[in-house]
Design a protein around this ligand. Sequence first.
Ligand SMILES: *Cc1c(COP(=O)(O)O)cnc(C)c1O
Length: 376
Amino acid sequence: MSLPLYLDYGATTPLDPAVAEAMAPWGVAGFGNPHSAHAWGYRARAAVEAARAEVAGLINAAPETIAFTSGATESNNWALKGLLTAPGQSRRRIVTLATEHSSVLETADYLASIGALLTIVPVRGDGLVDQGDLARALGEDVAIVSVMAVNNEIGVAQDLAAIGRLAHGVGAVFHVDAAQGFGKLPIDVEAAGIDLMSITAHKCHGPKGVGALYRRPFTRITPLLHGGGQEDGRSGTLPTALIAGLGTAARIAGERMADDHAHALALRDALLAGLSVPHRVNGCLDRRWPGNLSLSFPGVAVPLIQRLPGLAISAGSACAAVTGRASHVLTALGLSEAEAKASLRLGFGRFTTLAEIHAAAAQINAVVAAHLAEFA
Ligand SMILES: *Cc1c(COP(=O)(O)O)cnc(C)c1O
């Protein structure tokens, strides 16, 4: 059986063949421990440091501010737990948005269960936070404001610079979960006033299982993983091949950012133009990564996804697919549980063709039209 058409870039993106090529030397031949003080180690270490420079360069940061991790889940956990439990931390409140990723919301819930205070700010129907709502949630007890760069379910991009100014206005640390923004939209940690930023490789054509946490100098966070202290307190032997993959993915993303964006935008517009059935885009259309399109279909309240076996897509996030719950992001926008479960998230980009988008639109048109006819 042939595999369904892959339009689930929000869950993970295809590994770029050039990234795979850059990883290969650090498998069998270059297996040395990058922390070893001999030639095997030095060579691996050089590859790690080259990758660190690539990642840092893409976000206008200095290489030493980048610590490698196992991905954005770990980076989000580290940012929140590390900051709230840092020695001398006197502030106890976490402020975040209703549409954040579970790795931020669950971490915040856990911290609240052991004494932190938590404010979850709602978003407007277009997916953006109201700056006034956010400002009212902020005070001198706020340790951290955590807001994602690009939403993994609806693609909406918050105004990071404006949020950073609000956070700094009360002396809070500004954390950004940039799992879906890194390598796709320009993010400058200086211009946006970002103090901590979570990065992952596999959402921008890199390998799974590697990411990074950017830490502005003098931002005090305690380690999650105690031990040898390799990554400035984040212990564990670094995976050279994965890190080389992240570095190469970052370099390619930097070189191709404008082209990738234009391609995703053209695909998005073709998809919307190709839909002949009534539909609604979830989240605003102007502030977003165009390669992520969440759609609802008025009059349709059944999980459409089950009727589209030819498409590898999801209703909400990949995590929501595991639990079977309605997407908390879509309900935060005001959709009912049934509407959320009947929504479709399509993710596409660098390796998606126009022909694939046309095929997807045709399949969606057929399924939605059949459903509407059935219940007419
Ligand atoms: C995928 C994703 C994560 C988790 O990243 P992993 O590297 O898979 O742990 C966190 N936040 C957002 C917004 C994501 O899309």
